[in-house]
Write a protein that binds this ligand. Structure first.
Ligand code: SAH
Ligand code: SF4
Length: 402
């Protein structure tokens, strides 16, 4: 296992084989994960010889940031190169900057009072920047005045994706390889360096390239590293895993983390035929099974599952489908995020007119659901969801380099 993926106990073991004292394990783990120092030179309380060994274990080489694209709305896309040359992307989305009109929902939302400390309420900002219209059922004024701007980071778990969703650039590209836990965590370590002085990394969403639960072992280890009290000490509630619906792994995630990790599920249709046409994974885990899996997720009280629904023009965006969604989700503690499809080069599928999107949303709101429409962010640097394409993804306009 890569050194950056080691937990403190595992550092202890590898240090013991070198006859080193156990407390060095904590020191090294803290440098890497709490302070984000990957260069052994910076590990000032570690003796020279040990620093050399840390270097030889490949710690500094885990990944490097090759480019930072900054979009006009302050969203930043980082391109990272892995040790084997694979390139992946991670996106930083500030809740407020470049997004003032949405600031009213940036400070948390509605009745999830426990989310005032973060929670995964801000997951709505992954690509969306929150509610883009005046029809939300919720959202309170306040934003994050007086505090740093809250940033949500969207991270990748695979190079490409094997799930083959027809509207998704990663899906169309296919799976190149899984990321290791060290590569998943390195995205956060490196992105923290791209934060501005007034920014605070508050939420992490596993919604970048790849299907996190198809890479369960590495994803779970990355979650342990990110939430480790001696490392970044992220609250599990501020991390959300988004899945296309791998039912056995949803169950495993619930069990392994006692339901503390936020769960987002990509629904995209409420009948099997439509869903299978959009996402082939539905053949393996059809809706009835998926719903049983969601009902069984050990969600803490007052938390909700995020339902992601990408609206694809003429495919899943009519009111009949909205009614089916309403029936299907009845009784489940959910929040629904509608995402008008971002067009991708590899497909002729498109975005529905906004009236259709709002009509879909209104029906769900009238039926008592909390339902947001996400505004696209980072569009001009192809950082919006579904556009995390593979190697050499070209921004549509010339980016301003940070
Ligand atoms: N594989 C996981 C997480 C990554 S995809 C999943 O599918 O949930 C994250 C979200 O981006 C999913 O909800 C997906 O449906 C959405 N998405 C992918 N391509 C998109 C596109 N072109 N337009 C809008 N949303 C898209
Ligand atoms: Fe994979 Fe998610 Fe894209 Fe589907 S939407 S292909 S599961 S990354």
């Amino acid at each position: 296992m890569h050194a950056v993926a080691r937990l403190p106990e595992e550092w202890k073991e590898s240090l013991a084989t070198r006859g080193e004292r156990p407390f060095r394990a904590q020191q090294i783990f803290k440098w890497i994960h709490a302070r984000g120092v990957l260069e052994p030179e910076g590990m000032t309380d570690v003796p020279e010889a040990l620093r050399e060994w840390v270097r030889s274990e490949g710690v500094p080489a885990v990944a490097e940031t090759t480019t930072v694209h900054r979009s006009s709305d302050a969203t930043r896309k980082l391109l990272l190169r892995m040790a084997d040359g694979a390139t992946i992307e991670t996106v930083l989305i500030p809740a407020n900057k470049g997004n003032e009109e949405d600031a009213d929902v940036a400070g948390g939302d509605d009745e999830d009072a426990e989310d005032s400390s973060g929670g995964n309420a801000e997951v709505t900002y992954t690509y969306g920047g929150g509610n883009s219209n005046a029809r939300s059922t919720s959202g309170r004024p306040g934003g994050t005045k007086g505090q740093g701007d809250r940033v949500t980071q969207c991270i990748s778990t695979q190079v490409g994706c094997a799930m083959g969703c027809v509207f998704c650039a990663s899906g169309v590209a296919g799976l190149k390889r899984h990321l290791g836990a060290h590569e998943i965590v390195a995205q956060v370590i490196l992105a923290r360096r791209a934060l501005e002085p007034d920014e605070e990394l508050r939420n992490i969403v596993l919604m970048g390239m790849g299907e996190p639960l198809h890479n369960y072992e590495s994803t779970a280890r990355a979650l342990r590293l990110l939430t480790h009290p001696m490392g970044m000490n992220f609250s599990p509630r501020r991390i959300t895993v988004s899945t296309s619906g791998l039912v056995p792994e949803i169950e495993r995630l619930g069990r392994d983390f006692a339901g503390q990790i936020g769960l987002a599920v990509s629904l995209h249709a409420a009948d099997d035929a439509t869903r299978t046409a959009l996402m082939p994974v539905n053949k393996k885990y059809p809706l009835a099974e998926l719903m049983d899996g969601l009902r069984a997720y050990p969600l803490p009280k007052r938390r909700r599952i995020f339902i992601e629904y990408t609206l694809v023009a003429g495919k899943n965006d009519d009111l009949a489908e909205a009614r089916k969604v309403s029936r299907l989700l009845r009784g489940l503690p959910v929040k629904i995020n509608l995402i008008p499809m971002n067009p991708i080069e590899a497909s002729t599928l498109g975005t529905p007119p906004m009236e259709r999107v709002y009509a879909f949303q209104q029906l769900l709101i009238d039926d008592g659901y909390t339902c947001f429409v996400r505004k696209r962010r980072g569009d001009d640097v192809a950082a919006a969801c579904g556009q995390l394409a593979l190697l050499g993804a070209k921004p549509r306009i010339r980016p301003r380099l940070v």
